[in-house]
Design a protein around this ligand. Structure first.
Ligand code: EPZ
Length: 422
């Protein structure tokens, strides 16, 4: 298994291009299953999760071609000859459950392996299933698979009220509702930019959707969807991660393609910590206002709140802040696994249930640490870049799921980082 070696200590300066969003692309790709005509995504990120979704769609009979060095995904689902999403692919990533709604909506039947739990929490899919049941699906859970059928071959519109906000369940229901008979209203829907991007793409394909970006989305089902070309929205989590570089190391970094509306709550916390974020013609420019950053408290929440996917990286910053910060994780029950690894680098962190109290130290020290999930991995790299000496992050395969060309992008702003093949 590969490791990443980071030599810390220097300020970082320059520009970093931000890729298309992994989590948008993973929900846009299954939209191809809804139509017999081609769907082309541009600005796709080059990541291992995208390769796995490609493999899953191909296993169902879709054609997926990766063009322009992976930046363009040309997909076509003219004929689907398999309606079973196999455990061997599904177990690799949880977004695979997003093929359930489209398969069911298009052909009236699907068998999809239940994704397992993962390092950050149990992550059940009950809300996805309840939404589809409300739309008339008959579900049978056996042998680790969801066997789903739509009576008469077609889902029907329904009012679905989610008991709490779920990004994935909103996406699955939205995908499915586009081809259902009648009107579907999704209440307490997720408002993430990835949902908005999905609705925009589906509308380009001919879907009738209103209200995306608010907590009520209304979908008028249509008989068929056509083809479309759609650019994947900027990855707000990659953006936020790289905005932290000058905050944690000093210097000035411009994130190309960055938009403040994608990272509002996060940018407010940076401002309170003493980090300046400026709009430029090409993106966002970030630098520290004065010397050391100040402690701030953070609570993770669904969009537009502070994203759970930036909590680990923010913790890395707060490890060297002046004062004590409290981070509260409200989305996932086990998302502080980076804390003991950061502690190996000299951070002072006390985790108690869903809270972590971080008392800033003047300087972190390099150490050997282990990545436990995607965002934890990158938080250790950020900490390593700020630390004195060398840090080796092992198990970096997690990183390749969500950050494309990470060493190249970081070297571009002056970071000393290299991959050690394992
Ligand atoms: C998406 O996961 C993202 N993944 C996650 O990105 C992100 O952390 C999360 O949204 C929250 O923003 C993708 O888009 C592929 P949820 P998702 O359904 O859809 C519980 C990353 O690092 N829940 O909004 O799975 C669930 O366990 C990641 O890129 C149920 O109980 O998240 C969690 O506690 C990891 N039943 C909460 O809801 C359900 O049926 C929110 O999960 C569904 C969810």
């Amino acid at each position: 298994m590969d490791s990443i070696l980071v030599k810390g200590g220097g300020a970082l300066n320059g520009v970093i291009p931000i890729a298309g969003a992994k989590n948008a692309c993973l929900t846009l790709m299954p939209a191809t299953l809804l139509s017999e005509e081609p769907l082309t995504l541009t600005n796709a990120p080059r990541l291992s999760d995208i390769a796995t979704m490609t493999q899953l769609l191909q296993s169902l009979g879709a054609e997926v071609a990766s063009l322009q060095n992976g930046l363009v995904l040309a997909m076509s689902s003219h004929k689907l000859d398999n309606h079973t999403a196999d455990y061997e692919i599904v177990r690799k990533f949880r977004a695979s459950i997003l093929v359930l709604g489209p398969l069911l909506a298009r052909d009236g039947h699907a068998v999809v392996s239940l994704p397992g739990g993962c390092a950050i929490g149990a992550r059940p899919v009950d809300l996805h299933l309840k939404a589809l049941e409300a739309m008339g699906a008959e579900l049978d859970l056996r042998d680790g698979y969801v066997h789903a059928k739509a009576p008469g071959g077609r889902l029907r519109g329904a009012v679905v009220e989610f008991p709490f906000v779920s990004v994935g369940a909103t996406e699955n229901a939205l995908l499915a509702a586009t081809l259902a008979k009648g009107t579907t209203v999704l209440k307490n829907a997720a408002r993430e930019p990835e949902i908005v991007d999905l609705a925009v793409c589906l509308r380009r394909m001919g879907a009738q959707i209103e209200g995306e970006g608010t907590s009520t989305i209304t979908i008028q089902g249509v008989d068929r969807l056509g083809g479309a070309t759609h650019p994947v929205v900027t990855d707000r989590i990659e953006l936020g991660t790289y905005m932290l570089l000058p905050a944690i190391c000093g210097g000035e970094v411009e994130c190309l393609g960055g938009r403040i509306d994608l990272v509002g709550a996060f940018a407010e916390k940076l401002d309170a910590a003493g980090v300046s974020v400026e709009n430029t013609e090409r993106g966002l420019k970030v630098s520290r206002k004065n010397g050391r950053v100040k402690a701030v408290d953070v609570v993770t929440e669904p969009f537009p709140g502070f994203p759970t996917d930036l909590q680990a990286q923010m913790m890395a910053l707060l490890c060297t802040a002046d004062g004590t910060s409290v981070l509260e994780e409200k989305i996932f029950e086990n998302r502080f696994m980076h804390a003991p690894e950061l502690a190996r680098m000299g951070a002072k962190i006390d985790v108690h249930g869903g809270h972590a109290t971080v008392t800033g130290v003047e300087r972190l020290r390099g150490a050997r640490v282990m990545a436990t999930d995607l965002r934890a991995s990158v938080s250790l790299i950020l900490a390593g870049l700020a630390a004195e000496g060398e840090t080796v992050v092992s198990r970096v395969y997690h990183l390749d799921r969500g950050y494309e060309r990470v060493e190249e992008k970081l070297r571009g702003v002056g970071a000393q980082i290299e991959r050690i093949a394992g």
